[in-house]
Design a protein around this ligand. Structure first.
Ligand SMILES: Cc1ncc(COP(=O)(O)O)c(C=O)c1O
Length: 357
């Protein structure tokens, strides 16, 4: 029996046929002029999505690789850093930073809430930090941080601002240069509508000053080496060429729809998802004022296990939902509504959930 799958998880997202087709092409020499042309064009295209003129590196890795690359290019062992932890991906910053022996302080906010600016300022007043790490969008809880307000406060303390925008970029506005974000990380498998495998990291002039002082070990992730090669129109190592073909097509699609229209589409998808779930009398983890445009986290009714419900929705209707992470494992389920997602996909998902309930 033919089954059409609705991949409603917050990444990897569904990939449009246009992009799939673009990727199925013969290989080219990654040190030749054809690849240089692609690399130059896609780098400029991704910069537009970041709203930046900073250097931008396209790295063959998932989002976590981009996060690790950000860390090793700005810090030294023992540096004092602060993580604003509003969910599992905040915890990921902490894990990476600890692995590289930075001295990490963490402010842990209640799950389902955003980082509170006043609390952050109090902490910044108490100690000098080299850098502050946080998420634009916390995928595990479906919360959108107020990046602009956080950046405004952090900047007063002469601290590097590092933002994981992996699941938030393109679903909601992020103005790297205007808001003064020094390092921003994104990844291909979210609103770029591509398969996993590429991460994107923007790097400001101030970040380069940190690079000069940084003593963390690095080889594959060395941004100076990436920049030297990028100036020659190449990557230091063999790039995943097919994903670059896909990225060219994805950027064309983003350009055709227009970034501002894409933000509006995601707001609408968020709102119809939340309205539909509320009509089913389900409790949402995040309140409306901090709700993510990329993913919604929901509690099942009290007598129903979240993972059992997800299983049933997948078995009966081929709608794939995501589970909870960390302390929320088994307690919530999540609906991704980012990237190649339309109102119809949400209608199908809500109906499938309703029928299974
Ligand atoms: C907010 C956020 N940060 C980082 C990541 C990176 O994870 P991965 O390495 O699986 O791409 C993800 C992936 O879901 C994410 O949602």
């Amino acid at each position: 029996m033919i089954k059409k799958q609705y991949l409603m998880i917050p990444g990897p997202t569904m990939v449009p046929e246009r992009i799939l087709r673009a990727m199925v092409r013969e290989m080219i020499n990654h040190r030749g002029p054809e690849f240089t042309k692609i690399l130059t064009a896609v780098t400029e295209g991704v910069k537009k999505c970041f709203k930046t003129k900073n250097d931008l590196f396209i790295i063959p890795s998932s989002g976590t690789g981009g996060m690790e690359a950000a860390v090793v290019n700005i810090l030294s062992e023992g540096d004092e850093v602060l993580v604003l932890n509003i969910g599992a991906f905040g915890s990921r910053w902490t894990k990476i930073l600890k692995a590289y022996r930075a001295n990490v302080d963490e402010i842990k906010f209640a799950r389902g809430t955003a980082a509170d600016v006043e609390t952050v300022e109090k902490k910044l007043k108490s100690k000098k930090y080299s850098a502050v790490f946080f998420q634009q969008n916390e995928t595990s809880t479906g919360v959108l941080n107020d990046v602009q307000s956080l950046a405004q406060v952090i900047k007063k303390y002469d601290t590097l601002i590092v933002v994981d925008a992996v699941s938030g970029l393109i679903t909601a506005d992020l103005r790297t240069d205007e808001w003064g974000l020094d390092v921003v990380v994104a990844a291909s498998q979210k609103a770029f509508m591509l398969p996993p495998g590429l991460s994107f990291v923007s790097f400001s002039k101030k970040a380069w000053q940190y690079y000069e002082k940084s003593k963390m070990p690095r080889f594959y992730w060395d941004f100076k080496s990436m920049k030297d090669w990028a100036d020659k129109g190449q990557n230091p190592f063999t790039p995943p060429v097919s994903l670059y073909y896909g990225l060219e097509e994805s950027l064309k699609m983003i350009d055709e729809e227009g970034l501002e229209n894409i933000f509006e589409r995601h707001k609408k998808l968020r709102d119809i998802t939340r309205d539909g779930l509320k009509k089913l009398n389900l409790k949402l983890l995040a309140s409306d004022d901090v709700a993510s445009c990329a993913v919604t986290a929901v509690f099942p009714p009290e007598n129903i296990n979240a993972d059992d419900l997800r299983k049933k929705v997948k078995q009966n209707y081929s709608v794939v939902l995501a589970g909870g992470q960390e302390d929320l494992k088994g307690k919530i389920f999540r609906i991704g509504h980012l990237g190649y997602c339309l109102e119809t996909d949400i209608m199908v998902s809500l109906d499938a959930i309703s029928k299974c309930l």
